[in-house]
Design a protein around this ligand. Structure first.
Ligand SMILES: Cc1cc2nc3c(=O)[nH]c(=O)nc-3n(C[C@H](O)[C@H](O)[C@H](O)COP(=O)(O)OP(=O)(O)OC[C@H]3O[C@@H](n4cnc5c(N)ncnc54)[C@H](O)[C@@H]3O)c2cc1C
Length: 210
């Protein structure tokens, strides 16, 4: 679906359409880099947009939640949902307030969510864990039956998806170019810091400070 003419109307980006990207390579890379998604769904006419974890395996996107989560129960009941993912790349500071912007890569996935069970559920759980910390699934204790029951996973096909990408400098209007204010891009990114709490010890079956 690289050619915009092949893109269904409801997936087409209308504003700044040149920023629309519909190829799966770009969409997959954004989904794989982002650690957090937002799941949008509607209950009795009220839209909700709830943050949660996601992972991609091949042509499917998985969304994670507690079995007690209203979000997951509603979204799994034959309901069309919307999942969005956003990566923030830069603050675009233009000479005019109006032309300020953000450099970003984002994805919107639309579709019918289904609840997954069995082997697919186990594979998705591994994908969530390794998405956050590669290799962690094999290192940490595996989930019990009870823990598996307490976890719901929704699956969506990646057949209705779009990406939008803004890169580059501010788009100052020619008449603003002499305005005496700094203009440019401040790159921003998510960065892990040195780990915390590794000084905690286990004593008598409880975690305690030494
Ligand atoms: C961090 C960030 C900040 C933004 N700030 C602004 C802002 O201040 N003002 C503003 O107008 N817009 C902003 N946008 C862009 C915004 O997400 C929409 O793209 C924009 O509102 C135009 O939507 P539209 O009317 O073209 O499409 P819509 O009619 O709203 O959507 C049609 C279809 O286009 C696709 N689509 C739309 N937006 C995106 C997207 N961002 N990523 C992937 N697919 C998309 C979806 O498939 C959607 O179903 C921002 C985006 C990001 C990621």
């Amino acid at each position: 679906m690289n050619d915009r003419r092949d893109v269904p109307e409801h997936l087409r980006i209308k504003r700044e359409p040149q920023r629309g990207v519909y190829d799966r390579g770009t969409i997959d890379a954004i989904l794989d880099e982002a650690l957090v998604c937002h799941l949008g769904f509607e209950v009795d006419g009220q839209p909700y947009v709830i943050p949660t974890l996601h992972a991609r395996i091949g042509d499917r996107l998985y969304v994670h939640g507690s079995a007690a989560s209203r979000m997951l129960r509603h979204a799994a009941s034959e309901m069309r949902v919307c999942v969005t993912v956003t990566l923030l790349d830069g603050l675009v500071l233009a000479r005019s307030v109006f032309n300020h912007s953000i450099n970003y890569r984002s994805v919107v996935v639309l579709g019918m969510a289904t609840n997954v069970e069995g082997d697919e559920k186990a594979e998705a759980l591994k994908a969530f864990t390794d998405h956050v910390a590669p290799g962690r699934w094999d290192e940490a204790r595996q989930p019990t039956e009870q823990e598996l029951k307490a976890t719901w996973i929704l699956s969506l096909p990646l057949t209705e998806a779009s990406a939008k990408v803004r890169t580059g400098p501010p788009e100052d209007d020619p008449e603003d170019l002499d305005f005496p204010v700094w203009s440019g891009v401040v790159p921003v990114h998510l960065a892990a810091e040195p780990s915390e709490y590794d000084w905690l010890r286990v004593r008598d079956g409880r975690i305690v400070a030494p």
